[in-house]
Design a protein around this ligand. Structure first.
Ligand code: SF4
Length: 128
C-alpha cells in the first residue's frame, strides 16, 4: 500500500500486542510499563501519550520504532471488524491502495495474530 503518513492510525491507539511484540521492544531498551497497558480483560495494548501512541513522533510524522513496530501495526489498515470479518479501516484514506491479494495475505496473518492475542489474554487471566 501507499502510506501518506497522516498519523491518524496512531492517534488514540488501541493496538493490541502479543508478548513477542513487547519483548522485541524490550530487547532494544524500552520498559514494558512505559508502552504497554493491560485492559480489564487482560489484553495488552499500546499506551497513548498526548493523544497518540507513545511511539508516534508528531513532529516527524513517523513511528519511532518503525522497524520493530508491532505486528498489528504492520498489518494495518487491514483490521478485523466485529460482525464484518477482515476489512480495511475506513479511517485510512489510503486504504484503496491495498490490493485484494494484500488484504487476503494480511487477513490470514491477522486471524492468527488475534488467536494468539486471545490466548495470551486468557493465560494472563488464569495466572492472576
Ligand atoms: S507502534 Fe508505531 S505504527 Fe504502531 S501505533 Fe505506535 S507509532 Fe503507530
Amino acid at each position: 500500500m501507499h502510506c501518506s503518513r497522516c498519523g491518524l492510525c496512531c492517534e488514540e491507539t488501541e493496538m493490541l500486542l502479543t508478548e513477542a511484540d513487547v519483548q522485541l521492544l524490550e530487547q532494544v531498551g524500552y520498559v514494558r510499563k512505559d508502552f504497554v497497558r493491560y485492559d480489564s480483560k487482560n489484553f495488552a495494548q499500546l499506551r497513548n501519550s498526548e493523544g497518540h501512541c507513545v511511539f508516534y513522533d508528531p513532529n516527524k510524522h513517523s513511528c519511532k520504532v518503525y522497524k520493530l513496530r508491532p505486528l498489528g501495526c504492520r498489518l494495518y489498515p487491514v483490521i478485523y471488524g466485529e460482525g464484518e470479518g477482515v476489512i480495511t479501516d475506513d479511517i485510512c484514506a489510503m486504504r484503496r491502495t491495498v490490493s485484494k491479494t494484500e488484504i487476503e495475505r494480511k487477513g490470514k496473518r491477522l486471524i492468527r495474530l488475534l488467536d494468539a492475542i486471545d490466548c495470551e489474554a486468557e493465560n494472563r487471566h488464569g495466572s492472576t
